[in-house]
Design a protein. Structure first.
Length: 157
């Protein structure tokens, strides 16, 4: 597990995001890096943002989490924007390891709470967050970009 911001690592995270999203959605065409990289870069542009990578033995990234501060008004709260595992590594505990490492990294940056959102049809993601001890908030909301229903999870660090 490492934290990083180098271009190569951002590219790895963006590639994982594109592959995992396509696999989850059943879409056979993985978007180009030029489409997914700006999503990760936008998160990392904030002060106290963080890219946490899960690495294989060969040093290549197999999973990641991208985190940014909630807002200047809520400096103790982290917003976990993206969590993904390379589909070739699904079912091997990478997500569980990644979620287990987040609290230490987030506390190290001064966060005491964190939250994330997940589409309600993402059973794999929901099971991961619940097994990591994250609590689901009541209700379901629509994602402002996609309109798809999602649930929010939170954790005290």
């Amino acid at each position: 597990m490492i934290t990083a911001r180098e271009d190569r690592r951002v590219d790895e995270a963006a590639s994982i995001w594109a592959s995992a999203t396509c696999a989850r959605e059943g879409d056979p065409e993985i978007p180009a890096l030029s489409e997914s990289r700006p999503l990760i870069e936008a998160v990392l542009g904030a002060p106290r943002s963080l890219l946490v990578l899960a690495l294989a033995r060969d040093g290549g990234a197999v999973g990641f989490a991208a985190i940014e501060p909630e807002s200047a008004a809520e400096p103790a709260t982290a917003k976990v924007r993206y969590v993904a595992v390379d589909p070739a590594w699904w079912g091997r505990g990478v997500g569980r390891t990644l979620m287990g490492a987040l609290p230490e990294h987030l506390r190290g940056l001064g966060y005491s709470r964190a939250w994330l959102s997940v589409y309600i049809d993402n059973a794999r993601g929901i099971a991961l967050y619940e097994s990591a001890g994250w609590r689901a908030r009541e209700g379901v909301e629509r994602n402002p970009r996609s309109g798809r229903p999602e649930r929010y999870f939170e954790s005290d660090l």
